[in-house]
Design a protein around this ligand. Structure first.
Ligand code: ZN
Length: 181
């Protein structure tokens, strides 16, 4: 038995209806690491969460036990998605949302395409090593999204390591994104 989260106790942990879609909530926008919301706006895209599996995810279910969260352009296909991931108690989901938004951003900016993702095995690797000399483009798509996901957790003291300097330094929107200033 697991204890109810604060969000559940407050009654805000509501799943979306299957097949429904929504844009990000105010709380989700406000919760993102500094720079990501601006980068998404700059790329002129409207991230949309769809409460259901992507076509590829249905196929992936044949060999994976659960249906993975997948991104196609500005749509994040998320079976069982909540109406708001920013409520207390859903930190892991909020970090995963930030991971998926990095994919959305890269689709919007043209850095990532389905073909580019599929053809380069480097893009499928999640684990990464980060140090003072790391460069953003040496990482594959899932490594970049994982770095972005971990930044969110580190900033809230929820990841094993305490320092976020390497993460912030290497992510383009986290350290050098200026809107014309
Ligand atoms: Zn990913």
């Amino acid at each position: 038995m697991t204890l109810p989260t604060l969000g559940e106790r407050l009654g805000v942990r509501r799943p979306m209806d299957a097949g429904q879609s929504r844009t990000l909530t105010y709380g989700e926008w406000a919760s993102l690491s500094t720079g990501l919301a601006e980068a998404l706006r700059w790329a002129d895209c409207t991230p949309t969460i769809v409460a259901g599996p992507a076509l590829g995810a249905r196929i992936a279910r044949l060999w994976r036990r659960s249906v993975p969260v997948m991104v196609w352009r500005n749509c994040i296909y998320w079976p069982g998605a909540l109406e708001d991931f920013s409520a207390p108690g859903d930190e892991r989901s909020m970090a995963l949302l930030q991971h998926e938004l990095q994919h959305v951003l890269e689709f919007a900016s043209g850095q990532l395409t389905a073909a580019r993702y599929a053809l380069n095995p480097k893009n499928w690797r999640y684990r990464y090593r980060l140090d003072a000399h790391s460069r953003w483009l040496q990482f594959g798509a899932e490594q970049r999204a994982s770095i972005v996901e971990h930044l969110w957790l580190i900033e809230r003291g929820l990841a094993g390591t305490g320092a976020s300097e390497h993460h912030r330094r290497v992510i383009p929107w986290a350290n050098s994104f200026h809107l014309g200033d």
